[in-house]
Design a protein around this ligand. Structure first.
Ligand code: ZN
Length: 175
């Protein structure tokens, strides 16, 4: 079972770096390491499923597509109950290559159910990261206050100053 942190790692594997979009998962060894650390084998089939599933989940979370684009990744996967101690464990049955990709989709669905509306893209349009808002008021908008939040505040401040300066040279200009 993948945690919310693992889901965010996957969704946030395409950050902006110096204004250029990067894909941290384009690098085969890096993605294999990531998959092996999470119980996979890091093989090429697994990488292929992971990349495609991540791209689809990003589109769904950004609202660019409905969840039906996830159908192909889930085909034939099932959860089977097994007695374990006093209760049941639900075992995911799917071919090995596809397991981490399906676990990502299951993690996305769990976050969607447990924290409805809280998984969202960062409000900074220059940023490609995602966040899960745990604030009580559901008002978090930035992936990070330190980076995106402050950057936007600084930009607004700058624009306000420019606007005020323009206002001084053009008296009577409506605000
Ligand atoms: Zn951001």
């Amino acid at each position: 079972m993948f945690s919310e942190e693992v889901l965010l790692e996957a969704l946030n594997s395409t950050p902006m770096a110096d204004g250029v979009p990067r894909d941290l998962w384009r690098d085969d060894p890096a993605l294999s390491r990531w998959a092996v650390q999470r119980g996979g084998d890091g093989g090429p089939g697994e990488r292929e499923w992971l990349r495609k599933t991540r791209d689809a989940l990003q589109r769904v979370v950004r609202g660019e597509s409905g969840p039906e684009i996830l159908t192909a990744f889930l085909a034939g996967a099932r959860k089977v109950p097994r007695l374990s101690g006093d209760g049941l464990d639900w075992i995911l049955e799917v071919e090995a290559d596809r397991r981490p990709a399906v676990e990502l989709i299951l993690a996305w669905d769990r976050v969607r159910n447990e924290l409805p509306g809280r998984l969202r893209p960062c409000a900074n349009s220059d940023c490609r990261l995602f966040l899960v808002d745990h604030s009580r008021a559901n008002t978090a908008r930035w992936c990070s206050m330190r980076t995106c939040g402050n950057r936007l505040k600084a930009r607004r401040h700058h624009e306000r100053q420019r606007h005020q300066a323009a206002g001084r040279t053009e008296p009577g200009r409506p605000h």
